[in-house]
Structures are given as structure tokens and as C-alpha cells.
Design a protein around this ligand. Sequence first.
Ligand code: DIG
Ligand code: MN
Ligand code: MN
Ligand code: MN
Length: 386
Amino acid sequence: MYDAQPAHKFTFGLWTVGNVGRDPFGEPVRKPLSPPEIVHLLAEVGAWGVNFHDNDLIPIDATPSERDSIIKAFRGALAETGLVVPMATTNLFSHPAFKDGAFTSNDPAVRAYALQKTMAAMDLGAEFGATTYVFWGGREGSESDAAKNPLEGLKWFREALNFLCEYSLAQGYNYRFALEAKPNEPRGDIFLPTTGAMLGFIETLDHSAMVGVNPEVAHETMAGLNFAHAVAQALDAGKLFHIDLNDQASGRYDQDFRFAAHNYKQNFFLVKLLEDVGYDGPRHFDAHAYRSEDLQGVKDFARGCIRSYLILAEKARRFNADAEIQGLLAELKTVEPAVAALAGSYSPERVAALKAHEFDRTGLGARGLGYEKLDQLTFELLMGVR
Ligand code: DIG
Ligand code: MN
Ligand code: MN
Ligand code: MN
């Protein structure tokens, strides 16, 4: 019941199980794994696909012959395991050149270099059949707003995305762009900090139809927001093009925990939402093992991401089949015919009916809604006692 199938489309980035445990206060604790080693590890734990930043696969200073042999070895591992590459992205945050951002750097040479690097990375992703291209603007922000006018930052970001949409179309790539929001870290503030902000920004782009979002659990949680609500807004707008699953304690730095490692309840409602709507995109785990872990621990981490998702999906099925829970929900949906007639879109008849209707606001206020029982039943279902 909790074994991954290809239809689940579980994916991991090379940088996730390849994370060597470096943090701002400590050196690596694990030896690096090569891309083929990562591909085989992901196949072993049941992943369907693997994603990469350009420099996860090809080191920024690789020679052309080194690049060719890396690509050959990676392609060989994909062929041996059957893993696919659904998503690619660009590392526009590690090299010092991007210390003040990439597309929104004050330096036009850096902005131009970011375009060049992204086009090359898009070419690389297309070589492996990637159809989603993620943009996470980790350095697109500021510590002091004295240094950069946020309006100018947004203009530059829009110019870059408009240019790269044109490039994708001109190349005949089948990319959909997915913008990933984060409120801060590594910058003091990152532009377009939430999925909602991204959805608003997308509508200002020349090719907004090919641009959606890649919400991440940890990032909306860092902003103190309800992640399932952010995903619902993306789904409502037809813009959930990808999703980064992990977990996070609110009010902390970006922890990128194993999926559902911290907030079972929030992630239950997220999985229920995705399963209820029949989400058919990749279920991407953008997370990494605790720094305490060795290679076995990294495999435990990856298996845990998958099993936790499947366990919560089974809980969602039980929630939907639970007679007592569904009975309570049905009661909430019970509406008197006279009130039901008031629903619907604007019409002069409806205006007249609304103006004429006698509402019993005392009765409306006095009605008990049964949410305590409903939430307790949900808790008991999650705790396995029903
Ligand atoms: C941060 O969560 C970002 C980077 O890991 C990457 O650019 C993107 C892809 O999932 N998420
Ligand atoms: Mn993150
Ligand atoms: Mn991350
Ligand atoms: Mn992410």
C-alpha cells in the first residue's frame, strides 16, 4: 500500500539526496555522490524522476570534454534505471557573481550573464526532456532597500522572464515555467515572497499562459502561511505547474525537512487537496536528510518522504470514506430550499429576492457548526484510532 509506483511521479533533485550536510556553521559530513550514483539511489528508493540545477550536473568550471563525459554517464544511469527528468532549473545563487541577485542585480552585466547561463541550462534540460523549468530567485532581493528600488527589481525580473519565454518558444522547447517563491534567506528579503505574490506577477508577463508556480511547503510556512491554501489558490488559477514537498517549523530558517517530518496535520490537508483534485504533476521532494545522517540515513530520508506521502494519501481516502465525518460534512451542506434559491450569479430577480428575504440573523449566529467534533475525528483518524 505504501510502495511507490511510477504513476505517483515522485521526483527528487540531484541536490537533495546529494546534499553533503554543509550548513552555515559546519563543513560537509557526507562524501559527494556522482549524478549516476544519485540516479541509482533514487531508483532504489522508488523515485520516478530526477531533477537538476545546471551545476548539480555540470560543474560551472567543467571543460567541454568533462561536460560530455558527465552527460554520457548521467544518460547511461537514466537508461539503466528508467528514471526521467521532468524538471530543470538554473543555479543563479551559488556563484559570487550573483551576490546581489541574478535577473535583478544592479549590475547589467550580471543580469545579462544570468540570461546566458539560464539559456544554456534550458538547453541542457531540454536535452533530457524536461518540460517544467523552475525559477527560484534565491538572491533576487535585498538587505537594504537603499540599494535597489523594488519597482526596478520587478521590471528587470519581468524583462528576463519575457526574454526567456521568447527563447523557449523560439527554440521549440515544450517548457512551462514554474516560479518558486520564498520570503527570505539567503537574502534579507526576497522579491515576490509568496506564491500569491507570484500569481499576481505572472499576469504582468507577456506570455503568462506558459508561466505558473512551484510552491514549496517550507517557504510558505516560513512566511507564516497555510500551505494548502496557497496551493488551492494556484490550482484555482490553473497555475500549479509543479510543487516542492518538504516540511518546516514556522519561524525558522529554511529547514527543507523530510516530507511531513514536522507538521502531520498541515501535510494531511495538503495531500488530501492534491489527491481530491487528481493532481497529475510530479510530486517533487525538495528536501534533504538531517546533517546527523550517513548514506543509509539519506536513503531512510528519501524512503520516508515517499512513505509519508502515501500514508497521508491513504488517510485522505479514509477521511473521504468515513461515514461519521462525511455525515457531519453533509449536515453543513444542508440548505433550506428558500435560501438555496438565493444562490447564483447576478440577476435583477436575484437582487429582488435578496432584498425581500427575511434573514433570521439571531438564528444564524446561534447555530453550532460541529467543527470541534469534526476536527477531533480528523485527529483520531490521523492518530490511527479510527
Ligand atoms: C529552493 O527551494 C529551490 C532550489 O532548491 C531550486 O532552485 C528549486 C527547485 O525545486 N527549489
Ligand atoms: Mn526550501
Ligand atoms: Mn531548498
Ligand atoms: Mn524548492
